[in-house]
Design a protein around this ligand. Structure first.
Ligand code: ZN
Length: 242
């Protein structure tokens, strides 16, 4: 109670909302610039069960923006180091680390039991897979991305339009834009992760879905934020399955 007292004091946030966080199962896909910050904020806020998945190890070039890691962590698995950090920050939650890539074979088992999936991975194929499996098992998804000075955030829930409706697969078939190739300012993924974690708390604690079928675009040069609606695409292969 003492740990979460500033949250429980909040108008519109009570013990019931805090208990909902405690009971929540959340999967964080990717422990990079977005996943590090999202995971830490959720652990501090009191989300009860957090599963991290990432097969990457920490590189020196990650330290510029991935706030959970230090120079001593280089070479170790990101998910393992991040899990230890979360557990040190909040020993009252359960943290699991999966040191593997999210692929079709493990995706159903990992995603189907979650109350919410937070995607912050660095590639399109994982994003499409996470989207498809979340859709299949009706698991809500909040997806954040950051590249250069730009960030995006949206939510997929229930019968809403999905990631593939928003970004048709054909458009991205040959694209492999990643931070690794195109550069990113230290702050951009952390801004988007904070927004993603904030939305996750709104959803888990209060059942709010302000970015359902809405794409938030954040421009890190002008500091402007826009929110645009998107709809089900009748050609979307994910939405047509059901
Ligand atoms: Zn769709």
């Amino acid at each position: 109670m003492h740990l979460y007292s500033r949250q429980i004091l909040l108008d519109g946030w009570d013990i019931e909302a805090q208990e909902k966080l405690k009971l929540a199962n959340v999967l964080i896909v990717g422990c990079g610039g977005i996943g590090c910050t999202t995971a830490e904020l959720l652990a501090r806020a009191g989300v009860g069960k957090i599963t991290l998945i990432d097969s990457d190890t920490i590189e020196v070039s990650n330290l510029q923006r991935q706030i959970a890691y230090t120079e001593q962590d280089v070479g170790f698995y990101k998910a393992e180091i991040l899990a230890k950090r979360l557990q040190a920050i909040n020993p009252f939650i359960e943290v699991r680390a999966k040191l593997e890539k999210l692929v079709e074979l493990n995706s159903e088992l990992l995603i189907s039991q979650q109350d919410l999936v937070l995607d912050g991975c660095d590639n399109f194929s994982t994003r499409y897979l996470v989207n498809a499996v979340c859709h299949q098992f009706s698991v809500p998804l909040i997806s954040a991305s950051a590249i250069g000075f730009q960030g995006q955030l949206f939510m997929v829930e229930g019968e809403s339009a999905c990631y593939e409706c928003l970004f048709p697969k054909e458009d991205h078939a040959n694209e492999s834009l990643r931070c690794a190739d195109s550069g990113v300012l230290a702050t951009t993924p952390n801004v988007m992760a904070s927004l993603q974690a904030h939305h996750a708390l709104l959803y888990l604690g209060l059942g709010l879905t302000p970015l359902k079928e809405k794409l938030l675009l954040w421009d890190g040069l002008s500091m402007k934020q826009r929110i645009v609606n998107f709809q089900i695409d009748e050609n979307c292969s994910t939405c047509q399955v059901i």
